[in-house]
Each structure stands twice: as structure tokens, then as C-alpha cells.
Design a protein around this ligand. Structure first.
Ligand code: C2E
Ligand code: MG
Ligand code: MG
Length: 277
């Protein structure tokens, strides 16, 4: 009965009619509880690391920025993907020190690239809990000042679903961040039931089309219609469009034809450690 209850709550939050119990959706499964305590240690003992994935300008093919993606090498369990441990961090207060760590590292790394003459920006993913955190804006401001880092070279990616979880609160945080001069992008666009009324008012500069629509663009007519319409919608709202999940040359060519501005995906480059970049 306990498992059925968990599945029911999961179905509700995901807005699905049906959900099947899995330990991953269970905040109190043994594995989750063990990971939760290990994650606190991971942050303190430097088991987390960042990989960076290039984003290119579709027209010129030039890399203009990199997205920081968090990795966890667990001493016994090996590699744990962010989709597994970030929800755990979100359900504890660990998300706050973790995000701060990612911001600090990313700004530091980007600062070094820029000092070496590479004109690059860095993008950091924020979780819904960060958006609701009153301290976030002043922490970002302090970091920018400490690194003497130009705010517009930092981009914060916020998923469409975290904005829609509490649009009014999200709007306030986004406006305050925008006030610092930081760039903002809506991540995973197309998966989060956005209200166009909010989209129009959000102080964001770009919109990232979720890979679910991009990867099979050439095989699925519906996907192409969605991508094409999203590009038009974004452009009409004055936003730049980034396609995620570009896995081959043909998709990149099609995106160029459709007028997409920027692209990211395994075909262009995989996320990699700072040393490999
Ligand atoms: P995201 O922000 O949408 O990041 C893009 C994800 O797509 C990354 O997965 C990346 O490795 C993957 N990807 C890139 N190119 C391709 C491609 O061509 N094909 C496919 N199938 N996938 C591709 P990753 O690194 O596993 O991260 C998953 C999600 O975890 C991210 O999605 C983001 O929402 C979250 N995440 C990662 N790092 C952080 C972080 O520091 N903080 C927060 N709050 N969330 C993070
Ligand atoms: Mg992202
Ligand atoms: Mg995404």
C-alpha cells in the first residue's frame, strides 16, 4: 500500500494518469536514503565534478558558450547520473551548497578560459528549489563580484517545469537575477506545460528546445512541426533558440534550414572535463 501511495503521488506531480512504483521515485527507499547521506559527504569530500558541453552558433559553427553539467563519482557505486542524484539533493537542503559549488567552479573555470583569450560564456542549471531560495540572488552577486566576472557571460538555465511549479515566485527570482545582468534561458522547453501568458513576460533571453523533439526531427513529422513552430514563437517573442540533443549532421543542417540560432548535442561535442576542452 505504501508503494501504491508513492506511485499515486508521483503520477499526480508528473501529471500522468498512471505511474508504476520504482525505488527511484521513492524518497524513502533504502537506496535513496543511503545516497542522501553519501551525497552530503560527496560535496564535502570533492567527489563531485563538472563536465562542460559546448554550444555552437548554427550559422558560423563557432562555440560561444559551455554548459556546466554535474557529475558524481561515487567511491563504491561508480558513476551516478545527475537525473538520479539531483532530485535527492532537491529533496534535502543539499541543493543549496551544491548549486553554489557549481556556480563558483563554473565562473572560476570560465574566467580562466576568458583570460586565455576564449570569448566564452558559461551556463549553470538551477533547480526549482534554487529559484525559491531568497538568498540565491545575493549569492550570485557576491560570486560575480569576487571573480570580477561580467554578469552577461553567466547564463542560468531554468527548466520550464520549475518555472511553472510556482510561476509568480519564479518570476520574482528571475527578475532579480535579470537585474544583476545575468542571462537566462528556459531549459527543456516543450515538456513543461508552459503558459504562453507567462512566457511572454519572463525576462529570459533564450529558449532551449528539449532533445525529445530535436533528436528524431527527421524521422518524425510531428517533431519537426513542433521544432519549427517553437523557433517561430521564440523569434516572435525576441528570444534566441537553442536546440538540445543534436546527434547527427543531418539534424544540424535541418535546424539551420529552419532558422534555429544555436545548437548543442553529441554530434557537436559531448560533455567533457575541463582538461579535455
Ligand atoms: P539539461 O540541462 O537539459 O542538460 C542536457 C542533458 O542532455 C545532459 O545530460 C547532456 O549530457 C545530455 N545531452 C547532451 N547532448 C545530447 C545528445 O545529443 N543526445 C542526448 N540523448 N543527450 C544529450 P546530463 O548531464 O545527464 O544531465 C541531465 C540533467 O541533469 C540536465 O539536463 C539538468 O537538468 C540536470 N543537471 C545537470 N547538472 C546540473 C546542475 O549542476 N544543477 C542542476 N540543478 N541540474 C543539473
Ligand atoms: Mg541545461
Ligand atoms: Mg535540457
Amino acid at each position: 500500500m505504501r508503494c501504491a501511495d508513492i506511485a499515486m503521488y508521483h503520477a499526480k506531480t508528473e501529471m500522468q494518469g498512471v505511474s508504476i512504483y520504482r525505488p527511484e521515485i521513492d524518497m524513502h527507499s533504502e537506496k535513496r536514503l543511503a545516497l542522501m547521506s553519501d551525497l552530503g559527504r560527496a560535496i564535502r569530500e570533492d567527489q563531485l565534478l563538472l563536465h562542460f558541453q559546448p554550444k555552437i552558433d548554427v550559422e558560423t559553427g563557432k562555440t560561444y558558450g559551455l554548459e556546466a553539467l554535474l557529475r558524481w563519482h561515487h567511491p563504491e557505486l561508480g558513476f551516478i547520473p545527475p537525473d538520479e542524484f539531483i532530485p535527492i539533493a532537491e529533496n534535502t537542503n543539499l541543493i543549496h551548497p551544491m548549486t553554489l559549488w557549481v556556480l563558483e567552479k563554473s565562473i572560476g573555470v570560465c574566467k580562466r578560459w576568458r583570460e586565455r583569450g576564449y570569448e566564452l560564456s558559461v551556463a549553470v542549471n538551477l533547480s526549482v528549489r534554487n529559484l525559491l531560495d531568497e538568498k540565491l540572488v545575493s549569492q550570485v552577486e557576491t560570486l560575480l563580484r569576487r571573480f570580477d566576472f561580467s554578469p552577461c557571460m553567466l547564463e542560468l538555465e531554468i527548466t520550464e517545469s520549475s518555472i511553472m511549479a510556482n510561476p509568480a515566485r519564479a518570476m520574482r527570482s528571475l527578475e532579480a537575477l535579470h537585474g544583476l545582468g545575468v542571462a537566462m534561458a528556459i531549459d527543456d522547453f516543450g515538456t513543461g506545460y508552459s503558459s504562453l501568458a507567462y512566457l511572454k513576460r519572463l525576462p529570459v533571453s533564450s529558449l532551449k528546445i528539449d532533445s525529445a523533439f530535436v533528436t528524431n526531427l527527421l524521422l518524425d513529422k510531428q517533431d519537426e512541426i513542433i521544432v519549427n513552430s517553437t523557433i517561430n514563437l521564440a523569434h516572435n517573442l525576441g528570444l534566441c533558440v537553442v536546440a538540445e540533443g543534436v546527434e547527427n549532421e543531418q539534424v544540424l543542417a535541418r535546424l539551420k534550414f529552419l532558422g534555429c540560432d544555436k545548437a548543442q548535442g553529441y554530434y557537436i561535442a559531448r560533455p567533457m572535463s575541463e582538461e579535455l576542452l
